[in-house]
Structure formats: structure tokens, C-alpha cells
Ligand binder design. Sequence first.
Ligand code: ZN
Length: 500
Amino acid sequence: MTEPTPAQERLHQLWAEIRDLDSALATLEWDQETFLPEGGSAARGRVLATLTGIRHQRLTSPALADAVARVEAEAPPGSLAADQARVARRDLERATRVPEELARALALAKSQGVAAWRRAREASDVRLFERELAHLVELKRQEAAALADGGAPYDALLDEFDPGSTEAALVPLFAGLRRDLVPLLDRVRGSAVTVDEDPARGSFPVEPQRRFGAAAARAIGFRFDAGRLDLSTHPFCTGIARTDVRMTWRYQEDDFRPGLFGILHESGHGLYEQGLPPELDHTPLGRDAGSAVHESQSRLWENHVGRSRGFWRWALPRFRAAFPGTPADLDRLWPTLHVVRPSFIRVEADEVTYGLHIAIRFEIERALFAGRLGAVDLRDAWNQLYRELLGLEPARDAEGVLQDIHWSLGLFGYFPTYALGSMAAAQLFATAHRDLGDPEELFARGDFAPLLHWLRERVHAHGARWTRDELLARATGAPLSPDALLAHLREQVEAVYGGR
Ligand code: ZN
């Protein structure tokens, strides 16, 4: 290890303060979603706005710009210090390129957007949200143009969540997904097999569900001395620090699946946060490599581990102990974890149809930002795509175009990361499978450490140093492709719906 130079020390010191503000914000936001009394929300809103303002000032301060420029000038290209400066530069440019007036207008448009979206969803009428949505899209176009600095606006939005991502690179990925998922869905529809879901249904009281879920999280490596699990309306995971990772879950009393797979999903996010390299703490690189990579970790543990036979060979005796009287044996239980059923609602979708829900949102966002679609065309475009890809037509906007909160918050360019995460998860797992031998045998013994260790080395240890494709190329030998995901899904559909 070489000693840090004075310029590197200065950058580190200034960045550590920004990270501390991030931690404070994350703690307050976590609290808002879990324990904050209803009456406290206005006061909390103020505190969050103040801290966000201070963070913006720090990020755009001349002192930080100077420190970054000095490190850039002295660090050899490709060195860790140069990469620290590169990522810091990216964040501070994003923060400075958007004029303050536009940032304020956007903040206002978002709060008006969410309020209008809630009213519209309540009334199940997208027209009540059209005006606010059109305004948001217009402001986001301006923001994207400012961020893109001459490049394509929608790319600037994608890049915020998945660094390096471009529309041109995503189009063939999603085309591949659509081309193969639609016939796969036809295969399920044409099958004579109906999965008996009784083994997954019954009475699952909350406390045993929590204990069983937490035991599974602990078994795969989540450290509860550096994390927590609490209830919330919408499950999420937030890394306040590498040593303080908060996840939340929700449950259904009559079906154990949403609760357990929610916990395994958030644990995957949590393992990533807990696995970030200590030597990069408080530095620009001491964080995740973007939402797509983050989602690859959650999907991997949820779907490739949690829904595997190996995992359940280990879990079943524990499951029976947690829920006495459950009749399930593995051959009856396993198919219930792989039911494929086209539905209107993204968050309830199975592994096969999920990618199609995202492909629809990607199509619509692209068209919105290319000016091919306006807010008034949204319902028709949405319903037509659902007919085309999933064979369903939403009868009500509430279960159609109004189901997700994202767009009302100005979150455009975020949806694709969900599907990219599924593709990356499958690609990583297929490589781990090759490197580790049959992981199912390890899982059956409750031995999840070799897989976690593999992910630590290939993914977690690099923090934000590489883009999604650089990381995948290093870990798996190739940039992102839908192939591994499609192979995984075909195998699963054949096993469950292939019939006798
Ligand atoms: Zn997730």
C-alpha cells in the first residue's frame, strides 16, 4: 500500500462528510418507512430537505472540485486514486449541471406528481394524473438534456441508476427477452399441468414467519450484528453503513411465499452492502456499482438460491418445525415456488412474466423521451402492450398504468434495472455454478459460504470501481446478455410444466 498523497487525503476527508450526510439521510428515511408516527411526517420532511440541501452544497463546493482536480492531475491513469477521482467527478458534475431553479421546479413537480398519482389511482382514472405527468416529463427532459451535456437525454437518465447504460445497448437486450419470453409463456399456457398451490397456502402466523425468514437470512450470511429486519408497507433495504444495513419486509398470513422471498430478496441486497470493501469506506468508490448490479444480488439469492431444490432440502425440516402441521413434501412444495401466471401487477409477477412487465415500461419510457408518446397516450400504449406481450388487458387504470409510483416521483430510467438485474443474476449464478461445482449439494448442507465468498470476490469487493458490464466481463467473461436468464427460465418451465 502506498501512502495517500495530501490531495488524496483531502478528497477522502471531504467525501467522508458527504457519506456521513448520506448515512444520516438513509437513517431518517428508514425511520420514516418503519417507526415514524404519522404526525411526524411534516417535521421529517423539513429535516430531509435541509440535509439534502447541505449535501448538495458540499458536493458542489469549490473545495471538493479543487481536491478532485488535484487527484486527477497527479494519479496515474487506471490507478485506484484515478478511479476515485473519476467517480467523484461524475457525481459532482451531475450535481452541478442541473440549474438550481430547475432542481427546485422538479422537487415541486414530484410532490405534486405523487399527490395527483394517489388521487388518480384512488379514482382509477389516469386522466387525473395527465397534467402533472406531462409537466414532470417536460422537466425531466430538461434535466436530462442538462445532464447529457450534448448526449442523448434518456441515456443520461439511465446512467444515473446504471452507470454507463445506454438505450442503444438496452434495446437488443430487451428485444432478446421479448422474443424468447413470449413463446415460453405460450408453452405454459398450452400445458395441461396445473400446479397445486395448497402446500404454499394455509395459516402462517407472522412471528414464525419472521423467525423462519430471519433464520434463512442468517444462514445465507446476513449478519444481524450489522443489520436489522423490520416490517414496512413496501419492502426495501438500505445500507446506512457497511456495518448497519436495514431491511424491511411484509407478509401474508395465508401464503408464506411473499414474506419469505421478500426477505431473501432484501437479504441479497443486504449481503452486498455488508460485503463492500472496508478499505474503501467513506470514499467515492465505497458503494455499490449501481441499481442493476444491486438487483443482481437480490435476485440471485431470492431466485437462484431460495427457489432451488438444494435450498429446500436444507430448509424443509426447519419450515416444518416453524409451521407444525404443514403437509408439504419437497416434490409438492417445489412447483409452488415456480408458478407462472400472467397478471396485471408487476410486483406480484413470477420470474417468467416479470421481464415482460419491465419490457413494457422500457418501451413506454423510450417513446416518452423521444417525443413519440405524450402523457395523454399513456393508457392506450400501456394497454396495447399488455395485450401484445401478456395477453391481458387491464380493465382499470389502478391495475394498469397507475400501479407503480415510480413515474410520479420522476423516476424515469429506473425500471430497466430490475430486468437487467435478473439477467445479471442468472449470468453470475451460471458462472458460479461452473466454478464451485453443483451448488445444490452445498445448499442442501446449509453451506452457502462458498457462493457468498465467490460473490464477495467477483462483485462486492470492487465497490463502485467498475460499470455493470466491466464487472460482469471480469466476473463471467462476457458483458450482460439475456441468455443465461432465458436458459434458466426454460429449464424451470420444462421442469414444472413439461408434464408427463
Ligand atoms: Zn430489489
